[in-house]
Design a binder for this molecule. Sequence first.
Ligand SMILES: C[S@@+](CC[C@H](N)C(=O)[O-])C[C@H]1O[C@@H](n2cnc3c(N)ncnc32)[C@H](O)[C@@H]1O
Length: 198
Amino acid sequence: MSQQEFWNNKFSREGYLYGTKPNSFIASKVKTFPRNAKVLCLGEGEGRNAVFLAKRGFEVTAIDASDIGLSKLHFRALEEGVTIETICVDLKDWEVKETYDVIVASYLHLYKEDRAKLFEKIQDSLRPDGLFVGEFFSTKQLNYDSGGPKDEELLYTVDDFKKGFALYQNDIKEVVTILDEGRGHQGEASVIRVMVEN
Ligand SMILES: C[S@@+](CC[C@H](N)C(=O)[O-])C[C@H]1O[C@@H](n2cnc3c(N)ncnc32)[C@H](O)[C@@H]1O
């Protein structure tokens, strides 16, 4: 099954699977984004981060494999009176054509063999002094029932990011937190918080 089929199926239900509030780690870092930054949201799904960022005046582009997720994003953007550019593509096939001041991602579950290529594309897309900010489930999330895949191959370690962004200034931590993100992520969880500066 393709990522598009898998996620279209999940996003077909009424409502927003991960709620409409932004991921709290990404939201907490917004004060470090340059004014009027050009921001790219990867694996953005139904658009909770993208809408939040567009409402704060950033120029936002969102990429996702799910056309249903992105049409829900556009519906919310219209409701909130903001414009967001979207690109519906599997990140494996995404070709870097532009550069961004900030790239964000929350809970983008990628197989290990697809990560190195994506990390390279992120680096190619970041402007000088650009930021990559993200939150991901750690391999320890297998011990929790608050959401995320039950497949270790789709979960991350701190080292995965440290190796992937070795040439960059980075702050990468594994933390236990309480998630309150729609019906998809609820309760105690083990996550990795990533802040990388170009
Ligand atoms: C757990 S959801 C998170 C959605 C959103 N980031 C959020 O936190 O609300 C994972 C998202 O990543 C997208 N995704 C997963 N693998 C992808 C891939 N290879 N290419 C593009 N999008 C992908 C899915 O379509 C889905 O929207």
